[in-house]
Design a protein around this ligand. Sequence first.
Ligand code: DP6
Length: 342
Amino acid sequence: MSATAIAFPNIALIKYWGKRDEALIIPQTSSLSLTLAVYPTTTTVSLLSESAPHEVLQDGAPMPQAAAAKVARFLDHVAELAGTTRAARVETSNAGPTGAGLASSASGFAALAAAASAAYGLDLSPRDLSRLARRGSGSASRSIFGGFAVWNAGSDDLTSYAEPVDDARIDAAMVLGIVNAGAKPISSRDAMRRTVETSPYNAPWVATNPTELAFMRDALRRGDFTAVGEISERNALRMHAAMLGAVPPVRYLTAGSMALLDAVAELRNTGLEAYATMDAGPNVKTLCRSAEAASVRDALAAAAPGIEFVIAEAGPGVSVSDHGVSVSGQGPTAIAGPGAPR
Ligand code: DP6
């Protein structure tokens, strides 16, 4: 059996930063994101014979050791769920940069969860697929769904999953400012562990999450773009404040990131509403109204020459194609909605 899945990255507006259970990837807090329509990961999983080791290829070459080991552990878990010890071959490719804070692990493990569960013959609900993806990378739980998704922190494996936010009434897009597409200096996994263990700002970061998430959900429901933007930008800054307080400090933002934050603030002064959010890397994603995305991109490109800007509209949930032994002319099947980019 083999299956191919396509999944898209997501960018959190209420961030996930810190785990309460490292093995199961149960987060300290709930988070909320927008799935994007750019930089998909495409992954094919094919079952091999019983005793073979897993094979993990990225863009046709063996994946680097540490990343391949993570994928192999994930496959072991899927095989166990399916009640088999058969190995699998994984072939994956990212359309965007890998490990640069552009959510490649979110699209990567969402695609792997969908392709592997289909290849191993598991028929998972979207919720169970989200739980499975979460075990590969926390943020991947949200890329199962298109548009806005909320990952409920929960307290154990059964209760920690993402689901679509189906009452959001804003048409948002993001303009991705690629300050640096290289791999990040420290993985988000290590950096968030250090924040939890050493930052005096971790506790207030956790304590303020429920009200911030409630404000965000309310703003989405009311279609209040200004409130959504303001909450997003301050949430990202607070996450970076928490990591700056770690010992030793974790700093992903560079002078280039700060210059873009200034440029985004300047756009607001000129009447173009835009808000910045940053993850585990220097790149700045600017949230804007979908109808104004081209104007925001042009204004940012004028303010920051030399930086590449990419418009990302809201994207779809994960989809599976080529499911089975032989497939003829079958397009991708959306397995978790909302399926179409909005
Ligand atoms: C800053 O999901 O990559 O992008 O669960 O350890 O794999 P692991 O971490 P990961 O962390 C994402 C952190 C973030 C914020 C977010 O996406 O919510």
